[in-house]
Each structure stands twice: as structure tokens, then as C-alpha cells.
Design a protein around this ligand. Structure first.
Ligand code: RB5
Length: 149
């Protein structure tokens, strides 16, 4: 199950991502927003990210104008590693090396075709593990309040 969230600015791109998920036969849950009325991205970031954090959804995709605000908000939710990407290489590497569990994109930054490509790569690329797991563990230790040595 893929968690989706956006604000009003990200809504058009989120609709494209929904079409992609349907083509890929992937189930999704859309945590809003559902209209173009101006709204606050943090609300929808928190709702979608909480679904990933709880395990209800395996991964999530978020859209706002730049992808930045909504990724910042998602990354405040425990267990979330949300990568804001506007290119295919970053999308691939954030799965392989960072085990990102959420992707954020900016509808005012990437076009529809690029956005769909980035999302497809994010959804189909596996984490490499190995030495990268140690680094993920360090990120999560920071979240837990530990001081890294
Ligand atoms: C909304 O105008 C815009 O600020 C928001 O979508 C996002 O780009 C913030 O990071």
C-alpha cells in the first residue's frame, strides 16, 4: 500500500502519480488534499507519513509546489526517511543507499513525465543493504536522541 499526500500546489502531480499507480496495479491510499483550495502541506505530510511510520503503508509519495516543505514535515515523523527528488539518479540512489521510505516531488519543479519516471524508479528500486544499513542505523539513532561517535 502506497500512502499519498499533497497540498493544493502538488495536487496536479499527485493525480498523475495516482494514474501511474493504477497502471502499475499498486494499491494506494490518498490522505489528501483533494481540492485546489489553498491548504497547509504539513497536515497532509503528517497524515501520509504516519501511515508509513505505523506500517499501514510500505512507502509514500508526497507532492507540494517544490517538494521541500512537505518533505521537511514528513521527516519530522518517527521512522520517516523522505527524499525530495527532481531527477532519476537521486530517486534511484535514495532507494539503493538511503532506503528512503517516502519520496517528495515539486509539481512546480518537475514536469508530469519526469515526475512519473521518478516515482516509478522510487517504487521499483530495492535497498542495497550492506554498509548502507549502518548509515541508516545512524540516522535513526540521531532520531532516537543518541550522540554518534
Ligand atoms: C505553496 O504555495 C507552496 O509554498 C508549497 O506547496 C511548497 O512549495 C512548500 O514547500
Amino acid at each position: 500500500m502506497i500512502a499519498l499526500g499533497s497540498d493544493h500546489a502538488g495536487l496536479p502531480l499527485k493525480k498523475e502519480i495516482i494514474a501511474l499507480l493504477e497502471e502499475m496495479n499498486l494499491e494506494y491510499k490518498d490522505y489528501g488534499t483533494y481540492t485546489t483550495d489553498s491548504c497547509d502541506y504539513a497536515v497532509f505530510a503528517q497524515r501520509a507519513a504516519s501511515a508509513v511510520s505505523s506500517g499501514e503503508c510500505e512507502r509514500g509519495i508526497l507532492c507540494c509546489g517544490t517538494g521541500i516543505g512537505i518533505s521537511m514535515a514528513a521527516n519530522k515523523v518517527e521512522g520517516i526517511r523522505c527524499a525530495c527528488c527532481s531527477d532519476c539518479y537521486s530517486a534511484k540512489m535514495t532507494r539503493k543507499h538511503n532506503d528512503a521510505n517516502m519520496l517528495a516531488m515539486g509539481a512546480r519543479v518537475v514536469g508530469v513525465d519526469l515526475g512519473r519516471m521518478i516515482a516509478e524508479i522510487f517504487l521499483t528500486t530495492e535497498f542495497e543493504g550492506g554498509r548502507h544499513q549502518r548509515r541508516i542505523d545512524q540516522i535513526m539513532a540521531i532520531e532516537a536522541g543518541e550522540i554518534l561517535s
